[in-house]
Unconditional design. Structure first.
Ligand SMILES: [Zn+2]
Length: 88
C-alpha cells in the first residue's frame, strides 16, 4: 500500500490559494497544462510540472456566466451611456 517516498505532502490548499501558479512539490512555475475537460459544471485539467516532472489534475468549478461580454448575474446593469465620465 503506502508509497514510502511520500515523506512530505504538498500543500495543496496553498497551491489553490495561489491559483495554481506554483508546483506544490518543487515550487516551480513552469507548469504545463493540457486536456481541459469540462463536465457538469466542473472541469479538470491535466497539469505537469516541468521542474520535477510530477503530474496532477486541477479541478475547476463553474462560478459565473458571461453573456454578451459581461457577467450575467451582476446586480447592477452596466450603463450604456455615460454622460461625462472622462477617465484619465
Ligand atoms: Zn514541480
Amino acid at each position: 500500500m503506502g508509497l514510502p517516498s511520500e515523506d512530505k505532502k504538498p500543500d495543496w490548499k496553498r497551491y489553490v490559494d495561489n491559483q495554481g501558479l506554483k508546483c506544490p512539490y518543487c515550487g516551480s512555475v513552469d507548469l504545463a497544462c493540457d486536456n481541459l475537460d469540462a463536465d457538469g459544471g466542473y472541469a479538470h485539467q491535466d497539469i505537469e510540472c516541468n521542474g520535477c516532472g510530477r503530474e496532477w489534475q486541477d479541478v475547476y468549478r463553474l462560478v459565473d456566466v458571461n453573456v454578451d461580454g459581461g457577467p450575467a448575474n451582476a446586480d447592477e446593469p452596466v450603463p450604456d451611456d455615460h454622460p461625462d465620465s472622462q477617465e484619465n
